[in-house]
Structure formats: structure tokens, C-alpha cells
Design a binder for this molecule. Structure first.
Ligand code: BGC
Length: 391
């Protein structure tokens, strides 16, 4: 096998990561971090991610393909830290929001930048649900509801990393029975693969020893103009969904499926996100902008679920998923008040968007929605792809 530069960086990092678990003050780490910075221009410094959390070693892993596209991932919350893709002039652009160090990911009220979300993506009304007549109470961490797993969801758990190859990272985590209020030991495996056609593939798997609910997703915040750019309202968005799930004022679905036709939620044909976002509309008011689950016309990994385009960089992102829903969140709760984003950026109001592939919010309490129940002897398996190109 020919040993490429990429192999060298990944292998060197992996060796140092393993070694440093028993030798925390290993000084070689800094020199490896420097190599990574040079190799990938703006990949964050891996030394700033080397920390022990909950007794487990945290680090930063960089996957790279032959086009120089790279993704940096920390096993803390399985978070995507940077994603460098070429723009239409071939210049690498970081398209996701994040921080330069692990410490910032640990701060209270951190908005889930790049995180794996589990056990249940989005909201469960009042944190309550029942399985076979038995009632469960989850952490209530978002007003009266549960959001993104609760107070210590997967976004803040340390996954066990396994570098499979230069372009593939496997992360595993076993969630204890009763963690956050959810029943059953849940064993989770998330595999990130960066392909040579600039696609980031996220494959999720989970098994349980008791009937439980599962809805895993990733909470990357994208700005195709480049992370740190002011707004996403000029990004063009197309969503392959004729319907969406309207919500109440606490962002819990009403249970109805509403046609997007003649509403601001019509993204069947590509349009700038800002086109209708300011319109007087009850649903936009409830979401403070777009913060809604779209019912995808096809839950199929070969069909494009959504496409975002930047008119500034020409970067295009196509989303493919096996999930029935897509949460389009227009960054309405980003405040920009702190400057601790990558390279000192202040991530302001609507400076990024999320396209979270998922089962519908509050499904455990809506029998008409596709089920999120997982039983022992079943395997939860779902894949999402974010594919990049430039025009
Ligand atoms: C939710 C938003 C929430 C955001 C960050 C999104 O998935 O739908 O309501 O504010 O995540 O927490």
C-alpha cells in the first residue's frame, strides 16, 4: 500500500492519541496538531481538543479525501468541528459553524453545533411518552418540553472513536438504561465517511435491550457562504416536500400535515431563504422563522431531499436521507453575543441553517406519525448524506 500524506497524518494522530491516553503530557501532540493545520489550512488545532471528559479521552480526528476536502470531528458529542469544501474557484471554504477548542463546546446553552443528537432529535411534548402502557418522564430542558435528548444528551457524551481508514471514523456509545429518562441500554454506532466525490455520509445504528424510542440526527449548522458569514437568508433552498408539520407556540407538532402550497413553506422550487421569512404567518411566528419539520416526498437515499446553494461561493449541498422528515431551522436563536466561534467569529441571528434528517418531532405521542419505537432484536439503521459540489 502506498503511504500517502493523508495516511501519515491520520496514522500519526491515531498513534499519538492512543499513546497519549496513558501519557497525557506527551509533547509530540503539539507538533502533530501543527502538521494538521498546515495540511488542511484551517482545521482547528487538535491540541485544543485533547481533554479527559467523564474519565474518557477526547480528541480531534480529521478525515480527508483526494480533493483536499476534509472534515474534523471530535468524539465529544460526535461533533463535526470543521468541513472544508472547495468553492467554485477551488478555494477551500469551511461551511459549518463550530469552535476552536473543546472548552467552548462544553459551555452551558451551547446550541448543539455539529453534534450527534440522541436519544431523540427535536422535541417530545412535556417530556412524556408511554410504551406498552408504561409512562416515562424525560428531562424537561426546553420550556415545558424535552429537546435533543435532554440535559445531557448525546451532544455532550464522549463516544469511543475508532479510525477505520483515512476517510472513515466510527463512534460508539452505550447509553445506560434510564439515562435521561429513556428505557433500555441503547448501543449506538455512528460512522462518518468522507467519499472522494465530496460526500459526507453519516450512518447511524442502534440496538436496545428493552422497548424504547430512538431518533438520531446530526445538528450541523451550515453557511455555504462560509462559516462566520453574516446571513443565510441569501442562500437558495429547495426541499422535496409537499407538506410540513405545523407546530404550536412551544414548537410541538399539532399532529396535522399541512400542504406547503401558497405558504412561506413552499420550497418545492428553489428560492432564497429570505424570500418569505418576514411574512406575517402564524407558523413563522411560532418558529420565530423557519423551525419546522418537512414531510419528505421520498425517504430514499438515492433521491435528493433538499439542496442549498450559495450565490457567493457557488457551493451546493445536496441532502439525501432514508428518514421521513427534515427539520429546517433557520438559526433563529443564534445571538452572536459571544465571539468564541472559530477564529473569533460571532455567529449572529440567522447566520447558519440546519437541515436535520429525522423522524417527526413528538412522534411517540402522535400515533399517526411514523413510529420511533425500537424493540430488542431489532436494529435501528439509517443513513444521511450531505454532498458538496460547486457551480
Ligand atoms: C430546533 C430549534 C432549536 C435548535 C437549537 C433545532 O433542531 O428545532 O428549535 O432552537 O435546534 O437548539
Amino acid at each position: 500500500m502506498r503511504l500517502t500524506k493523508n495516511h501519515f497524518y491520520i496514522t500519526a494522530w491515531a498513534l499519538i492519541f492512543n499513546f497519549s491516553c496513558s501519557q497525557p503530557s506527551n509533547t509530540n501532540v503539539t507538533s502533530t496538531a501543527d502538521s494538521l493545520k498546515i495540511a488542511a489550512v484551517v482545521v482547528p488545532d487538535s491540541a485544543a481538543f485533547k481533554l479527559t471528559v467523564d474519565g474518557k479521552q477526547v480528541g480531534l480526528f480529521v478525515l480527508k479525501n483526494k480533493n483536499n476536502t476534509s472534515v474534523a470531528i471530535t468524539n465529544y458529542g460526535g461533533r463535526l468541528v470543521s468541513l472544508l469544501v472547495p468553492d467554485n474557484k477551488g478555494k477551500l471554504t469551511d461551511v459549518i459553524l463550530g469552535y476552536d477548542s473543546l472548552k467552548s463546546y462544553q459551555k452551558p446553552k451551547e446550541p448543539y453545533f455539529g453534534a450527534i443528537i440522541g436519544r431523540y432529535g427535536n422535541r417530545i411534548a412535556k417530556g412524556k411518552f408511554s410504551i406498552d402502557g408504561k409512562a416515562y418522564q424525560l428531562d424537561v430542558n426546553d420550556g415545558v418540553n424535552t429537546l435533543h435528548g435532554g440535559f445531557k444528551g448525546f451532544y455532550s457524551r464522549v463516544f469511543t472513536p475508532k479510525q477505520i481508514s483515512a476517510n472513515e471514523l466510527q463512534l460508539t456509545y452505550t447509553s445506560a438504561d434510564g439515562e435521561g429518562g429513556y428505557p433500555g441500554h441503547l448501543s449506538v454506532k455512528v460512522t462518518y465517511t468522507l467519499t472522494d466525490d465530496n460526500a459526507l455520509k453519516i450512518a447511524y445504528e442502534a440496538t436496545t435491550d428493552k422497548p424504547t424510542i430512538v431518533n438520531l440526527t446530526n445538528h450541523a449548522y451550515f453557511n455555504l457562504n462560509g462559516a462566520g458569514s453574516k446571513t443565510i437568508t441569501d442562500n437558495l433552498l429547495q426541499i422535496n416536500a409537499d407538506r410540513f408539520t405545523p407546530v404550536d407556540t412551544t414548537l410541538i407538532p399539532t399532529g396535522k400535515l399541512q400542504n406547503v402550497k401558497s405558504t412561506p413553506f413552499d420550497f418545492i422550487t428553489s428560492k432564497a431563504i429570505g424570500t418569505d421569512i418576514g411574512k406575517a404567518d402564524e407558523q413563522l411566528k411560532n418558529g420565530k422563522g423557519y423551525d419546522h419539520n418537512f414531510v419528505l416526498n421520498k425517504a430514499d437515499i438515492k433521491t435528493i431531499a433538499a439542496t442549498v446553494k450559495s450565490t457567493v461561493t457557488g457551493i451546493v449541498m445536496d441532502v439525501y436521507t432514508q428518514e421521513p422528515g427534515l427539520q429546517f431551522y433557520s438559526g433563529n436563536f443564534l445571538t452572536g453575543e459571544s465571539h468564541d466561534g472559530k477564529h473569533g467569529a460571532a455567529y449572529g441571528y440567522r447566520s447558519a441553517l440546519c437541515l436535520e434528517t429525522q423522524h417527526f418531532p413528538d412522534s411517540p405521542n402522535e400515533p399517526s406519525f411514523p413510529s420511533t419505537l425500537l424493540k430488542p432484536n431489532q436494529t435501528y439503521k439509517t443513513t444521511t448524506i450531505y454532498k458538496f459540489s460547486a457551480k
